[in-house]
Design a binder for this molecule. Structure first.
Ligand code: IMP
Ligand code: MG
Length: 176
């Protein structure tokens, strides 16, 4: 069996959508300063592009979540494996991930970050697999809604590979 990445969303479509989201964010937070909280590793590429399209003052922070247990059935235990190193109290914070699947990771992070008393707290994701949602999670900025397919590229991995793919692809396995 060999894996073949089949392009779902090409570079131009991603760039156009990222520009659109960055424009909306810049308008919504006009006159304010924004902290972009990038969820590693997947959102590194999206965050890097998004921040360059934002025209208001931004700072960037990085965090990493880890989850244990089944990803399909019962809810997982999620922890913050690597935390941001600045105090977000009184700040406007936007949590950034590339994809929302069950929603459990983002729901957990929103709850944890809300406890730190930011001035405002929202979430952004380039991709939304809404059909897989197991918990309610409000996402203020969404790029594309996609069907229940495993995707790689633009920061997203399969066994740590394919993060460098510039487009978003569905990973298909074929007989080799
Ligand atoms: P959730 O907690 O189920 O919403 O999972 C979100 C995380 O799962 C994302 O940040 C990704 O790291 C990972 N993930 C979910 N779906 C995919 C996919 O199709 N390809 C790659 N990673 C995915
Ligand atoms: Mg992964």
């Amino acid at each position: 069996m060999i894996e073949v990445p089949e392009i779902l969303i090409d570079e131009a479509a991603i760039a156009g959508k990222v520009r659109e989201l960055a424009g909306r964010i810049s308008r919504d937070y006009a006159g304010k300063e924004l902290v972009l909280a990038c969820i590693l590793k997947g959102a590194a590429v999206f965050t890097a592009d998004l921040m360059r399209g934002i025209t208001i003052p931004v700072s960037v922070e990085f965090l990493q979540a880890a989850s244990y247990g089944a990803s399909t059935t019962s809810s997982r235990d999620i922890i913050i494996k690597k935390d941001i190193d600045s105090d977000i109290a009184g700040k406007h914070v936007l949590l950034v991930d590339t994809i929302i699947d069950t929603g459990e990771t983002m729901a957990y992070l929103l709850k944890k970050f809300a406890d730190r008393r930011p001035a405002s707290l929202r979430a952004a994701a380039l991709l939304d697999k809404r059909c897989r949602r197991s918990v309610y999670v409000p996402i203020a900025y969404i790029g594309f809604e996609i069907p229940d397919k495993f995707v790689v590229g633009y920061g997203m991995d399969y066994g740590e590979r394919y993060r460098n793919l510039p487009a978003i692809a569905e990973l298909k396995t074929v007989l080799g």
